[in-house]
Design a protein around this ligand. Sequence first.
Ligand SMILES: Cc1cc2nc3c(=O)[nH]c(=O)nc-3n(C[C@H](O)[C@H](O)[C@H](O)COP(=O)(O)OP(=O)(O)OC[C@H]3O[C@@H](n4cnc5c(N)ncnc54)[C@H](O)[C@@H]3O)c2cc1C
Length: 296
Amino acid sequence: MKPTQFAYDRPETVDEALELLDEHHDAELLAGNQSLGIIMANRFASPERLVDINRLDGLAFVDISDDEIEIGAMTRHRTLERHDDLRSVLELVPESAEQIAGPAVRNRGTMGGSIAEADPAGNYPAVLAALGGELHVASVDGERTIPADDYFVGYMFTDLEEHELITSVSFPREPFPQERTGSAFVELKRGSQTWPTVSAATAVRVDDPSRETPLVEESRLAVGNAAGIPLRIDDALAELAGEPLSEDALDSVAEAVREAADPTDEMHADREYKSEMAGEYAIRSLRKSYERACGN
Ligand SMILES: Cc1cc2nc3c(=O)[nH]c(=O)nc-3n(C[C@H](O)[C@H](O)[C@H](O)COP(=O)(O)OP(=O)(O)OC[C@H]3O[C@@H](n4cnc5c(N)ncnc54)[C@H](O)[C@@H]3O)c2cc1C
């Protein structure tokens, strides 16, 4: 099948793009086109106008400051995957990027497109939720910041308004000091080109990696594809604080994840299997983060 006919604009500046979005309420932004093209070709969506944002300056960047990491919306998965500085300060982000599909998708797909899509199986939504990140968005009305907690509303439903463009996302660095934090993204998938059946994004900060058995100070977890939005179990995680990360503690986390999970049935994985795997991958990811935080 082919998409229905559509008008096409390729603005040169963010302001021009925002004007177009304001003028044409039926317009869709075109970023890496690794999701939209498929959706349009199958006629699940037939926007009358595409606003191509590939020529906009200033939306593809990675800024690492003492306080935060900011990533421009048009930053490609491939750039994040290969960003050594980013990997050294917060491994979770490049590790989530490198597990998206194959090189063809990663060469074109963008951070902003993925966050806008808010697919519950998406890698970055889980990362954003786990790290307590923020989205920075712009429209003709001005700019605003949306905390991840407020952004994901329901199954592929977000707080982003039709005339708004995501300009960047940011992650605070203060809770994740490089020398005492480990982070990880692990996922279960059937093949390299498929979306994950479940995934888990985690970060763990310990008190002192030089101790024989470091104690967990804080841990973060968001499970992908286990519910309509990235699944968090903050109360259960709070109980890990002040102790080494034991197998008993991990079992309790898995139990909390299984109880909170509310996944949809898929052809290859029913609800029960996905809930079970959500618990298992939460454990694997937390264990990996803890080991990394301990310097292993
Ligand atoms: C075979 C295959 C496997 C994949 N596997 C995975 C996977 O395992 N994990 C994963 O996370 N993703 C996966 N993806 C999706 C991939 O990551 C896409 O790149 C991404 O979801 C969409 O990004 P994009 O830049 O291609 O956006 P586009 O396809 O161009 O746009 C997607 C939507 O986002 C909107 N949008 C784009 N940019 C912005 C912006 N800056 N502000 C507001 N709205 C915007 C568009 O209007 C559109 O509605 C896969 C895709 C394919 C084709």
